[in-house]
Design a protein. Sequence first.
Length: 118
Amino acid sequence: MKKKTLCYVGAIAVVASVGCASYPAPTEHLASSMAAVRAAQETGAANVPKAQLYLKLAEEQTAQAKQLIEDGNNERADYMTLRAYNDATLAMAIARQHAARAQAEQATEANKSSPSHR
C-alpha cells in the first residue's frame, strides 16, 4: 500500500511540475510590439495607405495577443506579439520611405526651378 501511495504522490508531483512549467506570458514581446505600434503611429504610418494596412494589422494583433494572454494561451500570444512587432516595423519603414521620397521629390523640384540650373 505504501508503494502505491508513493507512486501516486510521485505522479501528482510530476503533473504539478509540468503544469507550473507552462509557457510564460510574453510580457517583453508584448511591450516591444506596443512600442513598435506607437513608433509607427508617430512616423505617420496612418497617413500612408500602404503603411496604414500594416499598422492596422499590428494594432489588431497586439489586441489579440493581450486577449490570448488573459485567456492563458501564452504561446499563441507570443507568436501574435512577434507578428504585431514585425507588421508595425514594416509600417514604420514604409512610412519613412514615403517621407524620404517626398523630400527627394521636393529637392528635385527645387533644383529644377533654381536659377543656377537654367
